[in-house]
Design a binder for this molecule. Structure first.
Ligand code: MG
Length: 459
């Protein structure tokens, strides 16, 4: 199979984000199933992951895709995206309009409440007050395409500004809107072909600039700075657990990292026990899946979509990043050809490609930042090889081999009856306090409420 062009990467990023969402959602029954094993068993009974027919009526896209499209279409319809006031008001308008298309799609309560507050016709009508419970993943799940608009390292200031502002239109809490920034940033890295093990270090390098932006922007500065540490610490601990703090080493996974071990780990990094439902851990779980899946779409489905957590939101990100890097490589037609809103997603990919890259840029490679200094250099100088595959050399090739071994191990565990045992890696992976006492869940987000309300909506 020929490697994908950058355009194919853009289209696949949008389309596969929708597939990850629809597969993880399964009309609500998988999103709210708190057992990865039960989900994998059901997938097996349906003929296996490869055979799933992701189409209406049983596999509608959820709120994630509706609002991801809203973000993308706001950029497509705004004449001058440098005019931030106009752009942000249009994004706010699209989010409000998106609420009309939520029947059966289980939108989160924070998003719904915040959208009521948005006044797109007024100056700065996209701003809402700080929300101490606004740390959910609702901002992150719709922000990936911002990285398609700003795919180059020199676009980073715009990516930071738009990632934060679009995020805090509904989730005005650092845990929420830094998730939005991470989702956008990692998409730009995927387009750049930045080696995946470097993405986390790149995020940590970007956070001080995001903090500076918050200070200079002057909106709810003190409240945001006070709550800043949670996201940053969670990521710092995660990167240490995977041994990729510097971005110069390969990721380490536990020897047993099958379905149950992954569920346990995802839970351990969550805020309140539901992995992937917050701004910090939705991109983290999707990233973990990217690190461990190589270029295998089915492995991405297993690790990043089919688990006990908020799997449509981790799936929407993992699907997007996979598509941006590998196109439709190994993706069965029945996963994406008849996906709901496929044509809109495809068109969004094409339009954002034309918006982001001009003339020769559309054919040439996108440079990525050199580790440790401000210079940029090409990730690859090959004009023959697709830039989307340029990183498949050196360290990443090694990584790919490692992943093959890991995949085999995972299959053995998944196919057998072995209980997941905690390796040292998993034991160390307790970077975030997991609160089981609901009385403690007052400051960060409304995860539990979201579960209840989503289930209610679905019913
Ligand atoms: Mg959803």
């Amino acid at each position: 199979m020929a490697p994908p062009t950058i355009l194919e990467g853009y289209v696949a990023a949008m389309v596969l984000s929708g597939v990850g969402d629809a597969m993880g959602y399964k009309n609500g029954s998988w999103e709210f199933c708190h057992s990865g094993s039960a989900i994998h068993q059901e997938a097996k009974e349906l003929g296996g992951i490869e055979k799933l027919k992701i189409k209406l009526p049983n596999w509608m896209v959820s709120d994630d895709t509706v609002l991801h499209l809203a973000t993308a279409e706001a950029y497509m319809e705004t004449k001058d995206t440098k005019d931030k006031e106009t752009l942000y008001r249009h994004i706010a308008e699209k989010y409000k309009n998106g609420m009309r298309d939520m029947d059966g799609r289980a939108p989160g309560p924070t998003t719904m409440n915040s959208c009521h507050m948005l006044k797109p016709l007024r100056e700065k009508g996209y701003e809402i007050p700080f929300n101490p419970r606004g740390g959910g993943c609702g901002a992150a799940m719709r922000a990936m395409c911002i990285g398609l608009v700003y795919p180059k390292p020199e676009n980073l200031s715009d990516l930071i500004a738009d990632g934060i502002e679009s995020g805090r239109m509904t989730h005005h809490h650092p845990t929420g809107f830094l998730g939005s920034l991470a989702a956008a940033l990692f998409t730009s890295y995927a387009i750049q072909n930045k080696p995946i093990e470097q993405w986390g270090a790149g995020l940590m390098d970007t956070l001080p600039r995001a903090r500076k932006y918050i200070k200079e922007r002057g909106h709810a500065v003190n409240e945001n700075l006070k709550e800043w540490g949670y996201f940053e610490n969670a990521w710092k601990n995660y990167l240490e657990t995977r041994n990729i703090t510097s971005g110069k080493t390969l990721p380490k996974f536990p020897s047993d990292y099958g379905i149950e071990a992954r569920d346990k780990f995802y839970k351990s990094v969550s805020f309140s026990g539901w992995g992937g439902s917050s701004g910090h851990d939705a991109p983290m779980i999707a990233y973990d899946a990217m690190l461990g899946s190589g270029d295998s779409w089915i492995e991405i489905c297993k690790r990043g979509i089919l688990h006990s957590g908020d799997n449509d939101s981790t799936g929407v990100m993992a699907g997007c990043w996979f598509g941006a890097m590998y196109g439709f490589l190994g993706v069965p037609d029945n996963h994406h050809k008849k996906l709901e809103y496929r044509k809109r997603l495809e068109k969004a990919g094409e339009k954002l490609f034309n918006l982001a890259l001009k003339g020769k840029e559309q054919q040439s490679i996108i440079s990525c930042q050199t580790e440790g200094n401000d210079e940029t250099e090409a990730c690859s100088d090959s004009s023959q090889k697709s830039p989307l595959f340029a990183h498949d050399q050196g360290i990443s090739e090694e990584s790919s081999k490692t992943n093959e071994v890991k995949s085999t191990k995972t299959d053995i565990v998944e196919g057998g009856t072995s209980e997941s045992k905690d390796s040292e890696q998993v034991d160390k992976a307790e970077p975030v306090e997991v609160s089981v006492d609901s009385s403690q869940q007052t400051t960060n987000q409304d995860t539990e409420k979201k579960v209840t309300e989503k289930v209610t909506t679905n019913v």
